[in-house]
Design a protein around this ligand. Structure first.
Ligand SMILES: C[S@@+](CC[C@H](N)C(=O)[O-])C[C@H]1O[C@@H](n2cnc3c(N)ncnc32)[C@H](O)[C@@H]1O
Length: 307
């Protein structure tokens, strides 16, 4: 596939609801997308301290995996995305949520959103799929639409962490096997160091409050125009709630195994054995059904999963 724009690429990945769910996070069906969506929504809610008065924005909302789980926890939720097809699935999935709003993006700007119209904004698994120039343009425009006193929660792949590096090492392999006359996939995975990502956030005008970097992802919470007192209270809150926001070492380990299964380096059975060996743990409850569903979908190639 050699789509030349973000829109064409993601539209072609979201031709059916099933394909769109697979493209957002590898989910195989509605029950799995809800299962992972609840987990990520809890993480986002903790990072941004989302409450019933908040006007929340998701940049790159996909099928509304996270938004569907957040609409009941905030005043309004707005999902924006470059892909018309993703938004079509999101609108269908959130049809019964009257406080959900959608906009299609045309470029790396949020021109349809008014200045200072958003309290809390987040973007999950999106900045890792674009050029750094676009990431920075979006951060700058997020700074315009988030009100003074508002917060953002953003993440990308962490090049420095061993699991982030393991994920990155698959990228040169993909390119090595590609037609070198074609340009690189515009939506390919891109990586930052924690310092680099924080630099973009800071230069876009935000005040970084937390930079969680002990996993495959760099996750940053930052604020706009916070006074010293607010900065201190946000620091204390984010330190207290870090375990609910940052990916844990066990999450990172399972994520690394999941990627190894997808790229055929280990079998699903080998991963399942490692997951089961770590039980009981929240991460086991997250990854086990996710892995088994993927295994069922690939049963022809991988053999039948356990009952
Ligand atoms: C991996 S999915 C993640 C979706 C959602 N955030 C989630 O976690 O379920 C990436 C999403 O970002 C969107 N996207 C990719 N490039 C984009 C861009 N340049 N501008 C806006 N959205 C983009 C895609 O259409 C897709 O819906």
């Amino acid at each position: 596939m050699n789509a030349t724009s973000y829109k064409d690429t993601w539209d072609s990945r979201a031709l059916s609801a099933e394909a769109a769910m697979a493209a957002v996070d590898g989910s195989t069906d509605e029950s799995i997308v809800q299962h992972t969506g609840r987990w990520t929504a809890d993480q986002v809610q903790a990072a941004l301290d989302i409450g019933p008065e908040d006007r929340v924005l998701e940049l790159g909302c996909g099928v509304g995996r996270i938004g569907r789980e957040l609409t009941g926890r905030c005043a309004s939720w707005t999902g924006v995305d470059i892909s018309e097809n993703m938004l079509r699935h999101a609108r269908e999935r959130l049809a019964d949520r009257p406080n959900a709003h959608f906009h299609q993006l045309n470029r790396s700007k949020l021109e349809m959103l008014e200045d200072a119209s958003i309290d809390k904004a987040y973007s999950i698994a999106v900045f890792c799929h674009m050029d750094k120039e676009d990431l920075y343009l979006y951060l700058q425009d997020l700074h315009r639409v988030v009100r003074p006193g508002g917060l953002i929660f953003v993440e990308t792949w962490n090049l420095v962490h061993p699991i982030g590096w393991r994920r990155w090492e698959y990228e040169p392999l993909v390119w090595d096997g590609a037609d070198q006359k074609q340009r690189k996939d515009i939506a390919r995975n891109q990586f930052c160091t924690p310092e680099e990502f924080e630099l973009y956030v800071r230069k876009a005008g935000f005040q970084p409050l937390a930079n969680y970097a002990e996993s495959q992802s760099v996750q940053i919470v930052a604020g706009r125009d916070l006074d010293e007192e607010r900065m201190a209270s946000e620091h204390a809150r984010l330190e207290r709630d870090a375990a609910r926001i940052a990916y844990s070492p066990l999450y990172a380990e399972f994520f690394g195994l999941f990627v190894d299964v997808i790229f055929g380096k280990i079998t699903a059975r080998q991963m399942l054995e490692q997951v089961d060996a770590a039980a009981p743990a929240e991460e086991v409850d997250l990854f086990r059904p996710y892995l088994l569903a993927l295994w069922r979908k690939n049963a022809e190639l991988w053999g039948e999963p356990p009952a």
